[in-house]
Design a protein around this ligand. Structure first.
Ligand SMILES: Nc1ncnc2c1ncn2[C@@H]1O[C@H](COP(=O)(O)OP(=O)(O)OP(=O)(O)O)[C@@H](O)[C@H]1O
Ligand SMILES: [Mg+2]
Length: 370
């Protein structure tokens, strides 16, 4: 059963200026208790600034930070029940693993025995208890990151803020740590606000993703919503690969409408997000995996209905799938991901093959052409 959503952290009308530079623009965001929420966006869009505002290292120019219904905008970082894990995990190099994790509890003035119990409980959670006497330089980067996690949650924060915590790790380890972090988050029941500019990571780990661009939240939703129903071109292009065709609305019916794409006639389902009107320009968006490709044996024959004619420009073999880049007669470069089966000669492709390209009916996303 779905857990009920209880708001824990709320950002209301947050604006942040650095001098004359508006870095965050009227951000409204509610993070639910126990949620894994990711801020995803390109470099410089304001992700770290937003985290620092939640942590209390920055003050908003306008707006409020609210935790558990109470405003905390004026509170210093150590009184916010929030902890941060940074990209450079910044363990104290001259301290053992134990002392690194114990640091926060010692600052709080806890007794020796209690500290010991808590530190080992935390180290156990990240499977690092055998390493308690090691120094950070004697650990792998993944192990260091785990110790940093233990140090961050030992004070029982309500919210953990994680600023690209895995970006220093190599690809393989990053993927392992993604799963580990996600499990740890479930296990601890702590709310995570996670920052990344890696869209795959965001989709893989999050309950919800907020896509940021130039200080604005472009869209917030589940990974599936963000990927399958992007609200605008920025989100569509930033989150995964997408093909965008220009279309023109020529006739509007009750449930569908007629449009021309690359000179071909299409009848498409009406979008629910905006009203299509005759004469309007639209974008027809399709993910590479939604494209349907078939080889053309007789190039003289006309393309079938709802298909564009094209030529394979290049291809990348990926094992289970193959990525095709197809130059269409209408001048688009279409990316299509197809399952690969070496036993089926009809789907063994080569550069310069002539193909028909269409897509799985109703899987297109229609956006107004801004
Ligand atoms: N202390 C500061 N003083 C002035 N400008 C700042 C300050 N901190 C950040 N900025 C500016 O605010 C904008 C947002 O920066 P921020 O660090 O939040 O981006 P980011 O999304 O975290 O980027 P990245 O993915 O590169 O880490 C940038 O234009 C940056 O130059
Ligand atoms: Mg940053």
């Amino acid at each position: 059963m779905e857990k009920p959503s209880v708001p824990l952290l709320e950002l209301r009308n947050i604006t942040k200026f650095f001098g004359a530079n508006k870095v965050l623009d009227d951000i409204d965001l509610v993070v639910n208790d126990g949620e894994f929420l990711t801020l995803l966006g390109p470099s410089g869009c304001g992700k770290t600034t937003l985290l620092r505002l939640i942590a209390g290292f920055e003050r908003p120019t306008t707006g409020k930070v609210i935790m558990n219904g109470k405003e905390i905008s004026h509170l210093p970082p150590n009184r916010r029940m929030v902890n941060t894990v940074f990209q450079q995990y910044a363990l104290f190099p001259h301290m053992t693993v134990f002392d690194n994790v114990a640091f926060g509890l010692r600052m709080k003035g806890l007794g020796k025995e209690e500290i010991e119990t808590e530190v080992f409980r935390a180290l156990e959670k990240v499977k690092m208890n055998m390493f308690y006497l090691r120094y950070p330089s004697e650990l792998s980067s993944g192990q260091q990151q785990r110790v940093a996690m233990a140090r961050a949650f030992i004070n029982n924060p309500k919210v953990l803020l994680l600023d690209e915590p895995l970006s220093a790790l190599d690809y393989r380890l990053r993927q392992e740590m993604q799963i580990e972090l996600k499990e740890l988050q479930r296990d601890l029941g702590v709310t995570f606000v996670y920052v990344t500019h890696d869209q795959e990571e965001a989709l893989a780990m999050s309950d919800r993703v907020a896509v940021l661009n130039e200080g604005l939240i472009e869209q917030i939703g589940t990974p599936i919503q963000i990927y399958e129903e992007p609200k605008n071109m920025f989100v569509a292009k930033f989150v995964g690969e997408i093909n965008a065709f220009d279309g023109m609305v020529i006739k509007v019916g009750e449930n569908d409408f007629e449009t021309i794409v690359e000179g071909m006639f299409y009848r498409l389902r009406k979008p629910t997000t905006f009203e299509v009107v005759r004469g309007a320009k639209i974008k027809v968006l399709l993910r590479p995996e939604d494209m349907v490709v078939s080889k053309v044996n007789d190039p003289e024959a006309e393309a079938p209905e709802n298909a564009l004619r094209g030529v394979i420009s290049f291809l990348v073999y990926k094992g289970r799938t193959i990525d095709l880049w197809i130059q269409t007669a209408g001048g688009n470069m279409v990316m299509a991901t197809q399952f690969f089966n070496e036993d089926d000669p009809d789907i063994i492709y080569a550069v310069n093959d002539v193909v028909n390209v269409s897509w799985i009916k109703d899987w297109e996303v229609i956006l107004p052409d801004a």
